[in-house]
Design a protein around this ligand. Structure first.
Ligand SMILES: CC(C)(COP(=O)(O)OP(=O)(O)OC[C@H]1O[C@@H](n2cnc3c(N)ncnc32)[C@H](O)[C@@H]1OP(=O)(O)O)[C@@H](O)C(=O)NCCC(=O)NCCS
Length: 195
């Protein structure tokens, strides 16, 4: 995890509602549900999320610890997504806001359980996270970055009205050699298409 140069002055709510979906801050008790969601989604997630390779129960412990510390330090705000779409109470997705882009900016990340894709879960969660980001003092811009091959990921910001930047940007920490597509939305232009 990189050290951000900026953090928002407050954290977003620990629970958010997005239609039928709930976004809840990760808790230690989520360990087994999180591991099961990633474990059964390996083939779907791994092409675009290298951390899935070698994922094991200890990885879940590590992530939940990092998520707790990141939240307390206001470096990142990670949520589990649950709802009735597939299995009530189970983890449908993992999403988050990250303060790693510099002053006034937050970046959204997301993955969705293999059995729950194509139902608008990432789009609804990203809309709720963008709302939550702009409710924080000092946040002026929200970003979504993705591998150019990840067409499904690019549909999320496109459908929400983000603007695609003309130039590619470095990949995330540890993958800076990659070139990723960047989408941005500014606070004064945020008017999500939620359908
Ligand atoms: C990318 C991902 C988060 C999308 O989640 P989702 O809940 O299925 O997304 P939504 O249902 O909200 O929207 C998916 C969009 O991608 C489109 N799509 C899905 N698969 C596609 C494909 N193979 N090629 C092109 N478009 C595709 C859908 O039609 C939809 O677009 P639309 O709204 O214009 O119809 C999910 O596929 C995922 O977890 N991928 C693996 C992890 C990952 O890539 N994370 C993002 C890293 S940047």
């Amino acid at each position: 995890m990189t050290t951000p140069t900026w953090a928002p002055p407050a954290a977003p709510p620990e629970a958010l509602v997005a239609g039928e979906l709930r976004l809840d801050r990760w808790r230690p008790g989520d360990r087994d549900d999180l591991y099961a969601a990633v474990d059964t989604s390996r083939a779907h997630l791994e092409p675009f999320l290298p951390w899935v390779a070698g994922y094991e129960p200890a990885s879940t412990e590590w992530f939940l610890n990092q998520a707790h510390e990141g939240w307390e330090m206001r470096r990142e705000f990670n949520y589990r997504v649950s709802g009735p779409a597939v299995a009530p109470g189970r983890v449908l997705a993992g999403v988050g806001l990250m303060a790693r882009q510099g002053p006034g900016e937050l970046e959204i990340g997301y993955w969705v359980h293999a059995a729950a894709v194509g139902r608008g879960i990432a789009r609804a969660a990203a809309a709720a996270l963008t709302d939550a980001a702009f409710a924080l003092p000092g946040v002026e811009c929200v970003r979504i970055h993705h591998d150019p091959r990840n067409v499904a990921s690019g549909r999320i910001p496109a459908r929400l009205g983000y603007r695609r930047l003309p130039d590619l940007v470095p990949g995330p920490p540890g993958r800076e050699d990659e070139r990723h597509v960047a989408w941005v939305v500014w606070k004064d232009e945020w008017a999500p298409v939620r359908g």
